[in-house]
Design a protein. Structure first.
Length: 368
């Protein structure tokens, strides 16, 4: 699998959104740098929170739609039951459509509201992933750190073969050099350098062909490692390094069958998962509470429904992120187990007196 970091996404819409988000990400990095803070991990967190905040209006609408959909369902079912068996009666079908539309107008929502909001959020989330996963492509400040090392390496005759051998020897299976004729492009060399762990930087500097600028490689390694360091963990390092150094973070998720290139990557995985899965999580919480407030199901049934919906929502979100994030992998069974555990630990989200009841009373008062 490829890991092309310095090459921006060319996907329509997502590529353009990612470019704009890249400007924001680079701006955050430069702002923190003014205060003497050079940390890409902190930038990712601030950047994700900022994008999340900008998406809050859409998420509020999605949450409102989910609640009202649950409240409207009995009325819609009554209309469907009323016109059951009249599919061939065009007049009846027209009447049914009018009555259904009247229900949606009564509650002030659109039948396609949920789909539209998800359609808007999806490219934003995919663009967010592109920026976070391809830092050198969108954060010029980080790419600049590697520039001198890239220039020095590409000035060596046969550098492509040297780097390719290094990749093979160090089993860097997720890094691929992109060729321009007989030589690797400078962008792919940037990708290669950004993916190096501190120990690999040291090995690279000791390569005989690069001995003439070992000091440049060492100084670049020190600077980029500082930027990649997040709470003592280097986001480019390999899991084995952390397993040897500390139990926490290196083995907990491996118990559940997750495989990842570094602790930083698994942290990033769950950060993106939380953002991607938020709309579905809202629905998973809202529907059981709405049905419970309408006395359609028992409290125990609401909990069972919540576990099912939350497990499903978490699984879908994790599968999506896992598909696009090649540095983390997990089997469907592993994801299902983790999703189920997440749902069980969130059962307190099902409440006997939920907000859905208050929402319905407000609409009844408005109608009267």
């Amino acid at each position: 699998m490829e890991m092309i970091l310095a090459t921006k996404s060319s996907t329509p819409i997502i590529g353009q959104l990612a470019t704009v988000m890249g400007w924001i990400m680079d701006g955050i990095y430069r702002l923190l740098n003014v205060f003497g803070i050079q940390n890409i991990g902190l930038c990712i967190i601030i950047f994700s929170i900022l994008i999340y905040a900008l998406m809050t209006p859409l998420q509020i609408k999605q949450q409102k739609f989910s609640k009202l959909s649950a409240i409207m369902q009995p009325e819609l079912q009554k209309i469907q039951k009323k016109y059951k068996g009249k599919n061939n009666d065009s007049a009846a079908m027209q009447k049914m459509q009018e009555e259904t539309q009247a229900v949606y107008q009564k509650y002030g929502v659109s039948p396609t509201g949920s789909c539209v909001q998800l359609a808007i959020q999806f490219p934003i989330l995919m663009a967010l992933y592109q920026v976070i996963y391809k830092i050198p492509a969108y954060v010029g400040s980080v790419k600049d750190i590697l520039a001198s090392a890239v220039t020095s390496i590409t000035g060596v005759n046969g550098y492509t073969d040297i780097l390719q051998q290094f990749i093979t020897d160090n089993k860097m299976t997720r890094v691929q050099l992109i060729m321009d004729g007989n030589n690797a492009t400078s962008n792919s060399v940037t990708d290669f350098l950004y993916a190096l762990s501190p120990s690999q930087w040291k090995t690279l500097a000791e390569t005989s062909q690069f001995s003439g600028f070992a000091d440049t490689l060492n100084s670049t390694a020190k600077e980029i490692s500082h930027v990649q360091n997040f709470f003592g963990l280097n986001i480019a390092d390999q899991p084995l390094t952390y397993i040897k150094a500390a139990f926490v973070g290196g083995s907990i998720m491996k118990i559940f069958g997750f495989r990842y290139e570094s602790v930083g990557k698994i942290i990033l995985f769950f950060l993106i998962f939380a953002i991607v899965g938020f709309p579905m999580e809202v629905f998973a919480q809202a529907l059981p509470n709405a049905l419970l407030s309408l006395d359609r199901i028992s409290f125990m049934s609401a909990k069972v429904l919540f576990v099912f919906l939350d497990t499903t929502a978490t699984t879908i979100a994790m599968v999506v992120v896992d598909h696009f994030m090649k540095s983390v992998s997990a089997s469907l069974l592993s994801i299902l187990v983790v999703a189920f555990l997440f749902a069980i630990t969130s059962l307190d989200e099902v409440k006997r007196d939920c907000d859905c009841k208050d929402e319905k009373e407000r609409w009844e008062e408005k109608e009267s």
